[in-house]
Ligand binder design. Structure first.
Ligand SMILES: [Zn+2]
Length: 363
């Protein structure tokens, strides 16, 4: 493959696996495509050939029967019935970790992720209690959502455990900087934060001359921390309403500069691409533009629901609405932290329980 200039994004892998299918993208690295029943209709999983030690699988798809049936075929065909050594979940979201427990039980593999991602998955799959339900309702009510939308969001209760029927009971913990041996190749755990609190990415430098596997490709399995065409969701959730994940995300975007510009990025959604630095710049610009747009919108005091509507004018289903509202609040909280906006309660619009955001006069 020719070198990619620093400022270009390209997609050097020409074909895409069909749902349930796979193809090799580098020696011993399989790209697996799994279906999702959402508008975002697929997730990529990765199988790394560790030779005699067995496969390392990165991400798992949803924990539903359709995905389990696909994995049964993949284990037999794509992986040739050979053992699975470990399963890595890049983060706790259902499309990544949902089938992990089933895979652990089926294959006997070790489960690995960061501590925070595993704890989140364990917590959320255990279901909610009355206090959490009340916090969720309070959060979305303060956003000023129409009552019909609010009812639809609250009716999603239990959505996580439907996609994640179980989470492995034990963890082999990954920390940023750890090395993971897969066969004779070492992958490095890259940390970061933003899309979730402690996601895991895996980086493998280009093969050296003497290792018998010199394929010349640096690889990054990026999870959802960086994606080629869509902006990874950066959201505030009802259980941590004052969080500022956007600051974490913007810091993490800068960290990609430490990796080679022509790294082949293997993202969880979309196609493998090169142009990591350019993509990080694009995403940083996207958020800067969004922040400027929100700041000027809030010249007139706005609810989070109004800001959501301005950012995402198309009709959204309840699944998309939680991400859209969460994303709007993430930007609002970031602007508050930066001293650009104030949040005031009970401003008269819509009722006393609804927050309004307004530009700080001296801003
Ligand atoms: Zn995700």
């Amino acid at each position: 493959m020719p070198a990619t200039p620093d400022d270009a994004i390209d997609y050097p892998v020409c074909s895409t696996p069909v749902p349930g299918g796979w193809q090799e993208v580098a020696p011993g690295v399989l790209w697996i495509r799994l279906s999702l029943p959402f508008q975002l209709d697929h997730i990529n999983a990765w199988a790394l050939d560790g030779g005699a030690a067995g496969w390392t699988l990165v991400d798992c798809g949803l924990g539903d029967r359709r995905t389990f049936a696909v994995w049964d075929e993949l284990l037999r065909d794509a992986l040739g019935g050979r053992p699975v050594e470990r399963i890595v979940a890049t983060h706790f979201h259902p499309d990544h970790i949902g089938a992990a427990n089933w895979l652990v039980e089926r294959t006997g593999a070790v489960f690995t992720s960061s501590l925070t991602e595993w704890l989140f998955a364990r917590m959320l799959s255990a279901g909610t209690d009355a206090a959490t339900d009340a916090a969720v309702e309070r959060f979305y009510r303060r956003c000023g959502l129409a009552s019909q939308t609010l009812d639809a969001l609250l009716a999603r209760k239990g959505a996580y455990s439907r996609g994640v029927p179980g989470v492995p009971a034990t963890l082999t913990r990954l920390r940023a900087g750890d090395s993971l041996a897969v066969g004779n190749r070492l992958w490095t755990v890259i940390g970061g934060s933003g899309h979730t609190a402690e996601p895991v990415s895996l980086y493998r430098p280009a093969g050296g001359e003497g290792d018998g596997n010199g394929d010349g490709l640096a690889l990054l399995i990026s999870g959802d921390q960086i994606l080629p065409r869509i902006s990874p969701n950066i959201s505030v959730w009802p259980t941590e309403p004052d969080a500022d994940p956007l600051t974490d995300y913007l810091v993490s975007l800068k960290d990609w500069a430490a990796l080679p510009a022509d790294t082949l990025v293997l993202p969880s959604h979309g196609r493998p691409f090169r142009g990591l630095h350019r993509r990080a710049d694009e995403l940083a610009l996207h958020h800067a533009e969004r922040l400027a747009e929100i700041e000027s919108l809030c010249e007139t005091p706005r609810t989070a629901a109004e800001v959501t509507q301005a950012l995402f004018p198309r009709p959204l289903d309840p699944h998309q609405t939680v991400f859209a509202v969460g994303e709007a609040v993430a930007h609002l909280n970031h602007l508050i932290r930066k001293g650009r906006l104030d949040r005031v309660s009970g401003g008269g619009k819509g009722g006393p329980d609804i927050d309004l955001y307004r530009r700080r006069a001296s801003g």
